[in-house]
Design a protein around this ligand. Structure first.
Ligand SMILES: Cc1cc2nc3c(=O)[nH]c(=O)nc-3n(C[C@H](O)[C@H](O)[C@H](O)COP(=O)(O)OP(=O)(O)OC[C@H]3O[C@@H](n4cnc5c(N)ncnc54)[C@H](O)[C@@H]3O)c2cc1C
Length: 463
């Protein structure tokens, strides 16, 4: 195969699929090259014995307007489902007991999660001086503004839930830019959040909310609809050993599909694959520059879907529970999926998702499935008040490089990326190595990538 296109996208996960969907809308000639024999990347929904289980992400947050806009643009072909308002409660484990995270000032005063000293100190948070170190790690920032107990029992479990990471290794400016900007722009987390709430928003900004979302029937319905709408014939699957070489007018992309050599010439190439895939793919990048991109750590995550035909454990009256690192447990948290989303378990039953691993407990990744099963059984029975562990479905999904960690090396990484993109016009190195790790960030980036391509002059391409 030998063909010439305007734009080539590497990777058909959520980022590549969203980019492709909007490139198609803009009438741009493109092709997507994917290494696997399926699209979706880490998003994969399974239906099994009446349970709808996600292998990768379960839910996202509608925090960027681009998510709601994507569902609008998909025109009803798949339905965004927001989590039930009845199960807003989030639990945090402290001294082996679940405590609800406070949702209002009275609960905040009463909660045993934080010390009296830190609660009192919080009253002074709006009056504190703002930080001046752009590379300050999250743990330092939170201790400085809120105190250690807020770090241990609010921020640490939140970071385990989102990054499977360590607040001491994440730089706030890159890992939680919205939080960083609250301090920089408003001088306070509390004051900033309050002021932002009352700021005037246009109709696009209003589409961003804090609501938790998934897709009716599972997240694969979203990826499959993006695939279909972007045009399945534009996708080349099972493409191995991709290399990209810059030329005078075109990038030359070479690879193999089942031993058949393929050559694609493209004016633009967008990579949406992890940083660890880039050295082989971009052989023209000097090793010293590539090292700065590749240096990034990734958290290993094991996700375990557990289904019960008849639930006899504790009441599933919330979103789920997160477990601070200080509690020294073998799992990071449990999500009460069937309470959040409809149709995920047979009536009377329950679907839960347990996750384990992370940057501070990578060892679990090396354990066998049966070792993981017995470890999960022990933790699950005590935490979820289950007397007899007899799930009708138990599935383990492993991701060695699940979540990239935005640490101190982010500065060198971003500089290297900018330098390469300036030097090789038309090369865009994207994906979750930059601009956020959640599904909302991926959708936002995908849309922006297509917009960027659309702004370029359209040369007539001789095929
Ligand atoms: C276990 C887990 C749980 C998560 N939970 C949540 C959550 O609860 N909420 C949330 O918002 N986000 C969550 N995330 C993050 C979210 O799933 C990801 O940000 C998003 O799905 C990533 O999409 P992507 O397209 O950037 O990357 P990927 O999904 O990784 O897609 C990259 C694609 O590139 C392909 N590829 C790789 N190498 C090559 C190559 N050499 N040549 C060609 N193709 C290649 C891959 O096969 C893949 O299809 C979770 C992620 C994981 C792993």
């Amino acid at each position: 195969m030998d063909k010439t296109v305007h734009t080539a996208v590497i990777g058909a996960g959520l980022t590549g699929l969203t980019t492709a969907f909007y490139l198609e809308k803009e009438n741009i000639d493109f092709v997507v090259l994917e290494k696997e024999d399926r699209i979706g990347g880490v998003i994969r929904t399974r239906s099994e014995n009446g349970f709808i289980v996600e292998e990768g992400p379960n839910t996202g947050v509608l925090k960027e307007p681009e998510v709601a806009m994507l569902f609008d643009d998909l025109d009803g072909t798949c339905t965004c489902e927001t989590a039930s308002e009845k199960v807003k409660k989030r639990y945090i484990l402290k001294n082996g007991k679940w405590q609800p995270l406070p949702m209002n000032p009275i609960q905040a005063v009463k909660t045993p999660l934080f010390t009296g000293k830190d609660k009192f100190r919080l009253l002074g948070e709006p009056f504190q001086r703002k930080g001046d170190d752009p590379l300050e790690t999250l743990d330092k920032m939170v201790k400085r503004r809120m105190g250690e107990s807020f770090l241990d029992f609010a921020v640490d479990p939140f970071i385990l839930g989102v990054y499977a990471g360590d607040p001491a290794a994440l730089v706030t400016k890159y890992a939680l830019p919205k939080l960083y900007n609250l301090e920089q722009n408003y001088g306070s987390f509390i004051g900033g959040a309050f002021k932002k709430k009352f700021e005037k928003k246009d109709h696009i900004e209003k589409k961003a909310t804090k609501k938790v979302f998934s897709v009716r029937g599972g997240l694969s319905n979203l990826t499959e609809n993006l695939y279909r709408s972007a045009g399945k014939s534009r996708f080349l699957l099972k493409v191995e050993d991709i290399t990209i070489i810059p030329g005078d007018d075109f990038f030359v992309i070479k690879g193999y599909i089942e031993d058949e050599k393929i050559t694609i010439r493209a004016r633009n190439v967008i990579t949406t694959t992890g940083s660890y895939t880039l050295p082989g793919m971009l052989p023209f990048v000097p090793p010293g520059v590539m090292e700065r991109i590749e240096k990034m750590h990734h958290a290993p995550v094991i996700q375990i879907g557990i289904g019960f035909d008849k639930w006899q454990g504790r009441k599933l009256d919330g979103f789920g529970g997160l477990i601070p690192y200080r509690e020294k447990r073998d799992i990071l948290g449990v999500l009460f999926i069937s309470s959040l989303l409809s149709g995920r378990a047979p009536s009377g039953g329950a679907l839960l998702s347990v996750f384990a691993g992370g940057t501070r407990r990578p060892g679990i990744f090396e354990k066998s499935d049966s070792e993981i099963e017995s470890l999960v059984e022990k933790e699950f029975c005590s935490l979820m008040e289950v007397k007899e562990f007899n799930p009708s479905m138990f599935r383990i999904f492993r991701y060695r490089c699940a979540i990239p960690q935005y640490g101190r090396e982010s500065v060198q990484k971003l500089e290297a990326l900018e330098m390469l993109q300036k030097r090789y016009k038309g090369l865009i190195i994207a994906g979750n190595l930059r601009d956020g790790i959640g599904m909302a960030d991926r959708i936002k980036q995908g849309r922006q990538l297509a917009e960027k391509i659309n702004l370029q002059p359209r040369h007539k391409i001789e095929k």
